[in-house]
Design a binder for this molecule. Structure first.
Ligand code: FES
Length: 572
């Protein structure tokens, strides 16, 4: 029995009057008593003129509504915050928790027996996972789908791995300004999310593999007719979930499902951001994503997808090779196929629906992987007492063990001002260090971890250097880059103690990042710094969301959620 329009009545002290008033107002939309007596399916519309990745959302909403009505329920569309990576200041991560709160509260406040969450651009699906985990209303996620690839002079292009690579070529003087302008027009040729294995694709694959979205819905191109059919089917399943009052997010987002997500994250060459988002979503349900377990999985689970930035193909090629169901077949034995899904069955059903595509070379077998190890490794050591992450599948093999001199930047601003200074004392085998770019220090943990190669070195042909920071990196980026150092420098992490010229050692096989300075000297530096804020950290804001963020944001190893949204955590 659904509650429909009776759910969560506005409080006037007379429930029947509340329902009477609610119906009186909603009838102004032309709805009949028959429509208002049906189970209600909410549809979170994340269309925004600022969010080109979500350009197909209006058509998806139309198709979802068709599916809901074909199944005899009432669709109710409502807006939430939408976030595009390039249109969010200071960072999209800064706004993820706001979107999660907005979405959670709108699901909770408005009458709906189930909800379809349309997400895509990087932080939107994570925010929706966090929201639905907390609201615990039956929920189904519909990714907007990836863009089609672009083309330039016979080369296939994709946002935004090729954006970074070609911008690097431009910085190095190997392509001219006319060429880079033409490329600029072709990198993102359609609606949809970045078509490499960036954060958007990673999170779409994860929600599919966790049974929170329909099979193949992660990979169908955004502009393809199949995407609209998937939207219609999503609406039909959402209607069934409304009638059945489940499955609920807490029934689907189990420890086994999160472990499956970690296996998938390692096997797809997924985004480092995916780990932060998984940690945040799991935290909402009191489930801990264990970094040690994630690292252990990385030693057992090979990278099987040949997609950029770890490989060479793009999301549409993954789709036509069979998508997530086909990948699950290759992961049989590593994932728990008994976990339930939004369709009412198990993940085994997804796997069994996989299409066999003869000759495809995008989804490799475990006997013939892209990389024999998983995409990410978790590092410890005296620079990262609570952990750091490196995307080893997109790093330079020759830099996986490396010792070099620190060249330190105190903030993103400092980096911007000095990285291309011809007088900067930097050599190709140095280690670039960026601090005060973490959750609180920046604020919002910008994707600044992909420090540019100093122009004078880029012009000499240097393509990669060891770079370390408490920042994040776009999932579309590549290089030998240590990220998410926790605790961050702005809250007293050891990154604050590094000085120009110190020696730093990266040893990925040993899972360590070490500052080679003796403990007595570090203690002196710590004492000299005292309780003063790390130089370069953003000052504490005194109002609004920024103040809330500063006060409540957790470190990367806890998902950068707000403490007061995590069960069992107290607000600082
Ligand atoms: Fe939206 Fe890449 S910018 S997914």
């Amino acid at each position: 029995m659904t509650e429909g329009m009776r759910k969560g009545l506005t409080s006037y002290g007379d429930a029947e009057f509340s329902l009477f008033l609610r119906k009186a107002f909603i009838k102004a939309m032309g709805l009949s008593d028959d429509a208002l007596s049906r189970p209600v399916v909410g549809i979170a519309n994340t269309y925004s003129d600022y969010n080109a990745c979500h350009g197909n959302v209006p058509k998806l909403v139309e198709a979802i509504k068709r599916g809901v009505m074909l199944a005899g329920a009432l669709p109710m569309e409502f807006p939430t915050i939408s976030i595009h990576e390039s249109f969010a200041h200071p960072t999209s991560m800064f706004l993820r928790n706001l979107m999660a709160m907005d979405t959670e509260e709108m699901i909770r406040a408005q009458p709906m027996d189930s909800v379809v969450l349309i997400g895509g651009c990087d932080k939107t699906i994570p925010a929706q996972m966090m929201a639905c985990a907390s609201a615990d209303v039956p929920s189904i996620i519909l990714p907007v789908g990836p863009m089609l690839v672009g083309h330039y002079q016979g080369e296939t292009l994709g946002a935004c791995t090729d954006c970074r690579r070609l911008w690097g070529e431009f910085r190095g003087g190997r392509i001219d300004s006319d060429a880079i302008e033409r490329i600029n027009e072709r990198l993102a040729p359609t609606a949809g999310t970045c078509m490499v294995m960036g954060t958007a694709s990673t999170m779409a694959c994860i929600v599919e593999a966790m049974g929170l979205a329909l099979p193949r819905s992660a990979s169908i191109p955004a502009t393809h007719a199949d995407r609209l059919r998937a939207a219609e089917a999503t609406g039909q399943f959402a209607a069934a979930m409304a009638v059945n009052r489940g499955p609920t997010p807490s029934q689907l987002m189990t420890p086994a499902a999160f472990r499956n997500a970690m296996v998938v994250l390692q096997s797809i060459g997924g985004s480092t951001n995916g780990l932060v988002h998984l940690t945040a979503a799991a935290g909402r349900l009191g489930i801990k994503v264990d970094l040690a377990e994630f690292d252990k999985l990385g030693r057992e689970v090979p990278v099987l997808l040949d997609l950029k930035p770890s490989g060479k193909h793009y999301m549409e090629h993954f789709h036509w090779a069979g998508g997530v169901p086909r990948l699950l077949r290759e992961l049989e034995g590593l994932v728990d196929l008994s976990v339930p899904t939004v369709m009412g069955g198990t993940l085994r059903d997804y796997m069994q629906s996989a299409e066999d595509v003869p000759g495809q070379d995008v989804i490799r077998t475990r006997a013939d992987p892209i990389k024999a190890f998983g995409s990410m490794a978790v590092l410890g050591g005296n620079l990262a007492p609570r952990g750091a992450i490196i995307k080893q599948s997109a790093a330079s093999p020759e830099l996986m063990t490396h010792r070099g001199r620190a060249v330190v930047f105190d903030s993103v601003q400092d980096l911007t001002e000095r990285i291309d200074d011809p007088a900067l004392d930097v050599k190709a085998d140095d280690v670039l260090v960026l601090r005060n770019a973490g959750p609180r220090g920046a604020p919002g943990m910008p994707e600044a971890g992909y420090l540019p190669i100093p122009r004078k070195l880029a012009q000499q042909g240097v393509k990669d250097m060891v770079r370390i920071s408490d920042a994040r990196m776009s999932g579309t980026a590549f290089g030998t880059i240590v990220l998410h150092i926790a605790p961050e420098s702005a809250v007293g992490g050891p990154l604050a103690l590094v000085r120009d010229g110190d020696m730093i050692e990266l040893d990925v096989p040993a899972r360590r990042i070490e500052l080679l300075v003796d403990e007595a000297e570090l203690a002196r530096r710590r004492a000299a710094q005292g309780s003063t804020t790390s130089r370069g950290a953003a000052p504490a804001p005194d109002r609004g969301y920024a103040a809330l963020f500063h006060r409540a944001v957790l470190q990367a190893d806890e998902g950068c959620d707000f403490a007061f949204l995590v069960p069992g955590r107290t607000t600082p």
